[in-house]
Design a protein around this ligand. Structure first.
Ligand SMILES: [Zn+2]
Length: 239
């Protein structure tokens, strides 16, 4: 009899403790965590996937590993942010400059790194940081947990040099053949300027700047049968 009572008491206590542990867990894990149940993930047939050539750079991520290694994504990717580099003549030159470490203090903290680089005249799309990890690139704080940053090489310090035909082709291949099909949770395409203003109340610095023609993006969205809502300059909701 006493043993039964003790057992019942222990079970009740255990239940209460588990309840407390669960409620702590719920508080610790952010509510915005991905809702996708891993058990429901299915392999998309390879024949349905489109081919995009992406060069994976390993030097930058290796050197600045401490900046991104602890930023594995737990949130869905919901946004693409477009940037221009405000300097540099080629993707290779820019990678060399990043590696040279002029801004290494920031890179080691995961600031000013980005996921993709679009070369100016060569057919190069370079993956700099694996999009499975997030980094700070759009002056929007932890909102960048949900974003992918794409840099277009622009030799002008003020990003005024017009984006080249080669860059539009590469950028649209990356967005429409790779990123949107791979991450169906993406629901907006914005400028760095937009996020600077919206999240940090900062004055826009011209990123991606006047060299980028947003109507080209609109045409491409239409061509790909993607409905969009232009909410402002460099601020598009896509569905
Ligand atoms: Zn930018």
């Amino acid at each position: 009899m006493i043993v039964t009572i003790i057992n019942t008491l222990l079970k009740t206590l255990g239940g209460i403790l588990m309840g407390i542990v669960d409620s702590i867990k719920n508080k610790v894990s952010p509510v915005t965590e991905s809702k996708v149940d891993p058990d429901t993930i299915e392999i998309q047939p390879l024949a349905e996937r489109k081919t995009v050539d992406i060069i994976v750079d390993r030097q930058i991520r290796t050197k600045y590993q401490q900046g991104w290694i602890n930023k594995i994504r737990k949130n869905d990717i919901t946004e693409l942010v477009l940037h221009s580099t405000a300097g540099g003549l080629s993707a290779e030159g820019l990678l060399k400059w990043i590696l040279s470490g002029e801004r290494s203090k920031e890179y080691y903290k995961g600031i000013a790194l980005f996921h993709y680089l679009i070369d100016r005249d060569e057919p190069h799309i370079v993956e700099v940081i694996d999009p499975s990890y997030w980094v700070y690139h759009s002056s929007s704080g932890t909102h960048d947990k949900e974003t992918i940053g794409i840099e277009m090489l622009n030799p002008s310090k003020t990003n005024r040099a017009p984006v080249t035909e080669n860059q539009y082709t590469l950028l649209f291949n990356l967005i429409f053949k790779h990123l949107l099909p791979t991450y169906p949770t993406i629901k907006s395409i914005v400028s760095h300027d937009h996020n600077m203003q919206f999240y940090s109340k900062l004055t826009p610095k011209g990123c991606p700047g006047s060299g980028f023609d947003w109507t080209r993006l609109e045409k491409e969205l239409t061509k790909n049968n993607i409905k969009f809502n232009r909410k402002g300059v460099g601020d598009y909701e896509v569905t």
